[in-house]
Design a protein around this ligand. Structure first.
Ligand code: AMP
Ligand code: MG
Length: 344
């Protein structure tokens, strides 16, 4: 099929995209986090097309995108007070809540779980598309499964040109990493994935937050994860990524002494002068961590090329959005981290 490229400024774009969704086909949509591969979340056949296009394992559930907060009541029940407070404070925005699912949500969308993930995205055109389609839009990140996420329409076309009905081009995504996911179905709220809404912001509202171990360590592929998708390899370019911790100077000394031709260095803009001759690629400024989250996936995609040996990556410290960047980079590196300051 020919993939339509629709500008998000086009006056007809919301109605054209909504018609495609109603007809059971796929449309890639821009959000503030990453581009999503959207379909009618109540139509199991449409949802099956998402899994097929991405090569996504069937047991990895999708997020339902709604046009307004009140819509969560259509798809979830036993909604705790905390969900209303979080929605009031952070929606539309990069926060996904896991809540008990109503029967109207097909098992295909939630991968057989009794719960469903919902989010109201902060992109006016995408919300208008959802509103006009009259259904919640199921949309995982639009990348091929396992690969770095899509933060531009070009990334989407690279992975799906000719395989999906349309992409809505809304320019580069502002946040650049996927939404924060918080599970509200247990006794204590649980962070399943860090993102644009930070743990600090959640704590301020909830007063309590358990960080799931999938956020900080690699889950064994045979282990039971809170959502099965959490145990899959994620965000990885073809090359082996290794995070090098430590001070700027110690990391540069380590990398420069181990670097061989065809390796690459993924670093902060401030560090570029330390890596002359090592083909460095910056993904943003360490002093402004929002630029790191916005630039990470485009950089990982640039490094997703067969000729590259090893990628030595520098990772920001600290909380806020840096916490989400650490999580994605560590997963891309399969938790391979070298600290030259403790190496013997
Ligand atoms: P993606 O759309 O690529 O960001 O993937 C959606 C993420 O949401 C997956 O990693 C899932 O594990 C998570 N997710 C979706 N539904 C649920 C759910 N019901 N319970 C827990 N996690 C979920
Ligand atoms: Mg994804």
């Amino acid at each position: 099929m020919k993939t339509l490229i629709l500008s998000s400024n086009g006056p007809e774009t919301p109605s054209i995209a909504a018609e495609i969704i109603k007809s059971g086909e796929l449309v890639a949509i821009p959000t503030e986090t990453v581009y999503g591969l959207g379909a009618d979340g109540l139509n199991p056949e449409a949802v099956a097309k998402i899994f097929l296009a991405k090569g996504r394992p069937q047991d990895n559930p999708l997020i339902l995108h709604v046009a307004e907060a009140a819509d969560m009541e259509k798809f979830c029940h036993n909604i705790p007070q905390a969900a209303y407070i979080l929605a009031e404070k952070f929606w539309p925005g990069p926060l996904t809540m896991v809540l008990p699912a109503k029967d109207c949500v097909p098992l295909e969308t939630r991968a057989g779980l009794p719960t469903v993930a919902v989010r109201c995205p902060d992109n006016a055109v995408t919300r208008e598309i959802i509103r006009l389609s009259g259904v919640p839009v199921a949309a995982p990140s639009a990348n091929i499964s396992g690969k770095p996420s899509t933060t531009t329409a070009e990334h989407v076309l690279h992975d799906h040109d000719g395989k999906i009905a349309a992409v809505v081009d809304g320019g580069p995504c502002r946040v650049g990493v996927e939404s924060t996911i918080v599970d509200l179905t247990e006794d204590r709220p649980r962070l399943l994935r860090p993102g644009g809404i930070t743990p600090e912001q959640l704590m301020e509202v909830l007063g309590d937050l358990v960080v799931d171990k999938a956020v900080v360590a690699q889950i064994d592929k045979d282990a039971v994860a809170k959502a099965p998708g959490m145990k899959y390899k994620h965000y990885a370019p073809q090359a082996e990524v290794v995070i090098v911790a430590g001070s700027r100077e110690n990391a540069a000394a380590y990398i420069r002494s181990h670097f061989v031709p065809n390796d690459r260095v993924l670093c902060f803009e401030e560090e570029l002068p330390l890596y002359s001759g090592c083909n460095p690629l910056s993904y943003g400024r360490e002093a402004d961590t929002a630029t790191l989250s916005a630039g990470l996936f485009a950089a990982l995609r640039e490094l997703d090329s067969p000729g590259i040996g090893r990628v030595y990556a520098r990772c920001p410290d600290g909380g806020g959005i840096a916490y989400a960047v650490q999580n994605r980079l560590k997963k891309a590196a399969a938790f391979r981290i070298i600290d030259p300051e403790v190496e013997v």
